[in-house]
Design a protein around this ligand. Sequence first.
Ligand code: PEP
Ligand code: MN
Length: 476
Amino acid sequence: MSENAWNPGSWRSKHAAQDVVYPDREKLDKVLAKIRTLPPLVSPSEIERLRTQLAQVQHNRAFLLHAGDCAESFDACTHENISNKIGLILSFSLIVIWGARMPVVRIGRIAGQYAKPRSSPTEKVGDRVVTSFRGDNVNGLDPDDRTPDPNRMLSAYFHSTATLNHVRSLLTSGFASLHHPKDWSLTHVRSPALREEFGRITEGLSDALEFTRTIGLGKDSVSYEQGGGRGALGEVDFYTSHEGLMLDFEEAMTREFAIPSSLASYTSDGTRTPPPRVHYNTSAHFLWVGDRTRQLDGAHIEYFRGIRNPIGVKVGPSMDADELVRLLEIVNPNREDGKVTIITRYGAGKVEACLPGHIKAVQVSGHPVIWISDPMHGNTLTSSTGLKTRNFGTIISELTSAIRIHSECGSRLGGVSLEFTGELADDGFSVTECLGGSMKLSEDQLPLRYQSFCDPRLNFEQSLDVAFLISDHFKK
Ligand code: PEP
Ligand code: MN
């Protein structure tokens, strides 16, 4: 095998940061053998469709919304949680579509976002030091259940399947219909101003739909999405993603297929060249590599360079401009459009110092990329009562700086990556994990409905605040 040859397992000869050590290797191998036989969760044609749509984002013809929980849990795999999440993503995207007059490509952190990178392999719980919680697909949140168990990977597969099945059924049963956006329930939103603003949009939309019907374009004949086919008005595209952290699992879900035949090419004498065979990660449409695992010579980048899926690369303040370009050379040597999304996450205080250099280096290299801002991960803090939180104002500050810096550098911010949730507490109100926003959430309100077991998420109202801000900014 030449040194540069790739296969789904070639990452094994490299160092894997954030590696999980399983005490029972035989049990692990058994589980992985089982996963290799299970059906794909997503199809090559869906993945190709996303690549095409991301190329539209890259060419300034669409906006990318990447959003969902920091981490999903098996217990949160319920009808209510999934439909609230989808409802929020749809409401958010509708606000942006309406303001920016631009299609929104929606990628959820959903149906597989279980594993978490941790800053330390151990943590203190009370006066005990235990192995850190690494996500439901690795070990348990309960401090007595921290030994990595391979069966959790199998459980992750089936929870992803159940989630995805429910998402697919919601999207094909009218829930996502732009004719009934009021079904996405804003009843718990207490701010009359937010409700009113959203109401204005849905009314405007109903008028617009009525108008297109009146002039004879027909109810479902107008596609506002790219790529035609499904995604006509009244039905929407939705894609799944997770951090490609657990390479054992990702390898087992990687399958070889011919690129769907619509892409087969014809030579000048009319003969058909069979489409090339490539490797798809069939567990999600989009995967990203985290800021802690993106070492150029590491196992994760080795795995990522060989898959056909569009990928995200998290980029924080420790990334050198030069290193970023070398990374792009490795993961996208043929410079394909729609392939790489750079997800910047510096922190509001560092974006000014880091982003211009990264943009300029990529511009000089000529690499085609989509730039999106993750204004969450560089802005985490601990409240005076010890809760992990984020401040709405700081999140907005990084986001608006990113928008401005891109335009100053002759670039464009193509989207956002957010941790938000439509989840409601038992009393029917939104969770309280991030400070501020139009609801002015204060430190003493944080413990009221703090439900995240991982990073703090924007709640429903705070997310719509961000949507209106983006919508206003891109208003044509
Ligand atoms: C995340 O997106 O949840 C995450 C851990 O991000 P990062 O790799 O940017 O820290
Ligand atoms: Mn997170």
